[in-house]
Ligand binder design. Structure first.
Ligand SMILES: CC(C)(COP(=O)(O)OP(=O)(O)OC[C@H]1O[C@@H](n2cnc3c(N)ncnc32)[C@H](O)[C@@H]1OP(=O)(O)O)[C@@H](O)C(=O)NCCC(=O)NCCS
Length: 231
């Protein structure tokens, strides 16, 4: 097993490692996701992929990462994809001119409830970013439910900026669930800005308006539930 990161959990002080996993682990990841989602109060914050969808992502250049505890049990998982010229490539959702074949997408992360608070999402995101850099891909995308402040904070701490707010995963533009679309250019991760605005993260209309005026979401505060937009 290819160990990409080894460390000690911040809370329980237990040793853990992050490894790249093969397709034989997909069923275990799906089971973990289903179990976590079953216990979530707001199920729309977390969309499940089927095993077949994850397998297709791995075959199409994606990768699966798992965090394992001392006993070798999976305590967190994350996977990434390379959507290429698929219509679902998130580069199509933002007003940036990005070659589709330079895009990698941070797909789902899940941390077992017993292991939350150890910054595992952030650590696994860093591992995934290093993998993406090694593959020579330049543009990183992901979606986050606007109300999922834990995930939003972690993803923005890895340098991704909010570039769109729209309904996703529906069959028309009217159904679906609200998602921020976040982006980071790995060769230029700090876009320049001159002006800043702080907006309540629940105010979707104002956020859509300022994004349409060229602002991007630069940082989020978990304390005040606000997002600083910059242009
Ligand atoms: C989002 C998620 C991956 C974050 O897990 P994590 O890496 O363990 O989170 P962090 O270590 O950054 O946690 C930071 C703080 O938020 C708390 N926290 C994290 N997730 C929480 C949750 N879902 N509910 C309540 N508190 C949570 C942690 O306990 C910690 O608190 P502390 O600072 O007082 O210790 C995890 O909550 C999860 O698996 N959620 C369900 C799936 C999901 O929403 N995935 C993201 C979309 S793909």
């Amino acid at each position: 097993m290819n160990v990409l990161h080894a460390g000690r959990l911040a809370k329980s002080k237990e040793d853990f490692k992050i490894v790249q996993l093969g397709p034989e682990y997909i069923d275990q990841v799906v089971q973990m996701q289903e179990q976590v989602r079953r216990n979530m109060r707001h199920k729309s914050w977390f969309m499940l992929d089927t095993g077949e969808e994850i397998e297709a992502m791995l075959k199409g250049g994606g990768a699966l990462f798992g965090a394992l505890n001392q006993q070798g049990e999976m305590i967190a998982a994350r996977y990434i994809s390379q959507p290429g010229d698929s219509a679902s490539n998130l580069a199509n959702d933002v007003a940036l001119d990005i070659p589709l074949n330079e895009v990698a997408v941070l797909e789902s992360t899940v941390v077992s409830p017993d292991y939350r608070g150890n910054r595992l999402q952030g650590i696994m995101t860093q591992v995934a970013i290093k993998h993406i850099e090694r593959q020579g891909l330049r543009h990183l995308f992901c979606t986050v439910a606007p109300q999922n402040i834990f995930s939003l904070y972690n993803v923005m701490s890895s340098g991704l900026k909010i570039r769109a707010l729209k309904k996703k995963y529906g069959t028309t533009e009217h159904d679906g669930v609200w998602r921020f679309i976040l982006h980071r250019d790995l060769l230029d991760s700090q876009p320049a800005w001159l002006k800043q605005l702080e907006i309540d993260s629940h105010d979707f209309d104002l956020q859509k308006l300022v994004i349409n005026k060229g602002f991007f979401g630069d940082s989020v505060s978990r304390k005040t539930n606000t997002i600083v937009y910059a242009r």
